[in-house]
Design a protein. Structure first.
Length: 89
C-alpha cells in the first residue's frame, strides 16, 4: 500500500507500473508452471536498455538461464506482450 501523498499523474504512473509488475509475475507463474522462485525480472534494468532488441535479448537470456519450461511460442508471445507493456511505461 502506498502511504505517501503523490500527485494524480505520479500516482497514475505508479499504478501502471504496479499493474505491469503484477502481470509479469502472473505470466512467469504460467511460463514456469508456478515454480518462479529462481527468476526475477528487473523492470528497471530492462527499461535502462536502449533498444527493443537489447530488451528482448536481456529477457530471453534470463529465461534461458533459468531453464524456462514453456514452449518457444509461449515465450515469444510473452516477450511481445512484455515489450509492448514496457513501452507504455
Amino acid at each position: 500500500m502506498l502511504t505517501m501523498k503523490y500527485g494524480k499523474h505520479q500516482m497514475m504512473l505508479i499504478k501502471k507500473r504496479m499493474n505491469v509488475e503484477g502481470w509479469i509475475d502472473d505470466q512467469l507463474n504460467e511460463l514456469y508452471k508456478s515454480a518462479t522462485d529462481n527468476i526475477d525480472i528487473d523492470v528497471d534494468a530492462i527499461l535502462d536498455l536502449n533498444t527493443e532488441l537489447e530488451r528482448r535479448h536481456y529477457i530471453m537470456d534470463l529465461l534461458q538461464k533459468t531453464h524456462c519450461p514453456a514452449t518457444e511460442s509461449q515465450i515469444h508471445d510473452f516477450l511481445d506482450q512484455l515489450i509492448q507493456k514496457l513501452n507504455m511505461l
